[in-house]
Ligand binder design. Structure first.
Ligand SMILES: Cc1ncc(COP(=O)(O)O)c(C=O)c1O
Length: 404
């Protein structure tokens, strides 16, 4: 008899579908499609020679330890290099405040597992990173979404919601202050301060996810919420980081920082989860931070992505005149921007239309934990070539014209 597997799966999985957009990505294998969908850094920005050299050296010197299990919390050389790396961003931590993760996604997963029981409340932005939603969803929380304004989340609505919830205190507030995925929006200093005030007033921790922080193309760096907290009370913010966008995503290494008690328990979860992050991958990240001259590399990335962003924005101006009623964000960094089309256009349906025009984006509905909005698109401008970006905007414009 055929087994009914579904009835055997855990309650946590009953309503879990994973990435709602996963099946859309599977449709993008046609090489003629210009994809603005994924969040991929450009391979042109990969430090290939640095990686080859570091790899050759480490495999010669350390092959036995690389092939062995290693400690759960992370390689001490990498931990020390990260502590140094964070100092340039005015974050001062010690070894007890950090755990190495197997990517940013793993950092999110550990965070959800650490804090959430079914029905617990997590406050997120509307929209927010779809990967965070799926990671937290495994613990079956309830999401409360706060609308994003031009300079970040509407903090007054945060307070209103928290007051409304009365005794049911949210477990944490999840934010991506720098060049948010998917909107590209950066949270102003005023909003960061105000969010921290709320965190103190209502005793709700902030989870600050910072994969794009070093990819600023315009304007001045704004202190991270972690830094602001350190200057005030301290201990209210958990920082999530990844090497994916600075070095390369294939290596799958990141780190979480925060109060010792939090980091100890996160390390504990990692024990039952991936045990250890592969030493080889960690060694490559240590080499990135200590041997690959990362400052000039990051400057090169900024210049390259700034050019792409400019090309994209200029082409948008040309092919999306105001009478089309379409607006888009103008990010100061990161890899994404957010396009809003007239309300009657459902971008999930438009996605399939766009494939006929050989261009792809991510429908905005994937980025809501609740009450989704259907007339947005997330656009990535880092991966396609400069020529492709121009062509993609033309194709998008042709496709959308049919619907206006
Ligand atoms: C906001 C945010 N957090 C976390 C991640 C996950 O990063 P990683 O590729 O290291 O898993 C991403 C990836 O796109 C992201 O945009």
């Amino acid at each position: 008899m055929k087994k009914n597997w579904n009835s055997r799966f855990s309650d946590n999985l009953k309503e879990y579908g994973g990435y709602s957009i996963g099946k859309l990505f599977a449709l993008l294998s046609d090489p003629e499609i210009i994809s603005l969908a994924g969040g991929l850094p450009s391979p042109e920005m990969f430090l290939k020679e640095g990686m080859r050299t570091a790899s050759k050296n480490r495999l010669q010197e350390n092959i036995e330890t690389i092939m062995q299990y290693t400690n759960i919390k992370g390689e001490i050389d990498l931990i020390k290099a990260v502590i140094q790396f964070l100092k340039r961003d005015n974050i001062h931590i010690s070894e007890e405040n950090i755990v190495i993760t197997s990517s940013g996604q793993h950092g999110l997963d550990i965070t959800g597992r650490l804090f959430l029981n079914p029905g617990d409340i997590v406050i997120i932005d509307r929209p927010t990173f779809a990967g965070a939603i799926v990671a937290f969803q495994l613990q079956r929380p309830e999401f409360i979404g706060i609308d994003t304004e031009e300079a970040g989340p509407d903090v007054k609505s945060y307070e209103k919601k928290i007051e409304e919830l009365k005794k049911k205190k949210p477990k944490y507030m999840y934010v991506i202050p720098d060049f948010q995925n998917p909107s590209g929006i950066t949270m102003s200093l005023k909003k960061r301060e105000a969010l921290l005030d709320l965190s103190y007033k209502y005793d709700i921790p902030i989870v600050e996810d910072s994969p794009y922080r070093d990819l600023r193309y315009y304007g001045k760096t704004i202190p991270s919420i972690y830094e602001l907290d350190q200057e005030r009370e301290g201990g209210h913010v958990i920082g999530l980081y990844t090497f994916s966008k600075l070095f390369c995503p294939g290596i799958r290494v990141g780190f979480n920082i925060g109060p010792k008690d939090v980091i100890d328990r996160m390390t504990n979860i990692k024990e039952g989860n991936v045990l250890n992050t592969p030493k080889y991958n960690q060694d490559m990240c240590t080499a990135f931070l200590t041997e690959m001259n990362y400052e000039p590399h990051l400057e090169k990335c900024r210049k390259y992505y700034r050019e792409k962003l400019n090309i994209f924005l200029q082409t948008m101006e040309k092919y999306f005149p105001p009478e089309m009623g379409i607006t888009w964000t103008k990010p100061e960094g990161g890899l994404f921007l957010w396009v809003t089309v007239p309300e009657h256009i459902d971008t999930y349906k438009l996605f399939y239309e766009a494939l006929k025009f050989k261009v792809a984006f991510v429908p905005g509905s994937a980025f809501y934990g609740e009450n989704q909005s259907n007339n947005h698109m997330r656009i990535n401008f880092s991966f396609a070539s400069k020529e492709q970006l121009t062509e993609a905007v033309k194709r998008l414009s042709e496709c959308i014209k049919n619907h206006i």
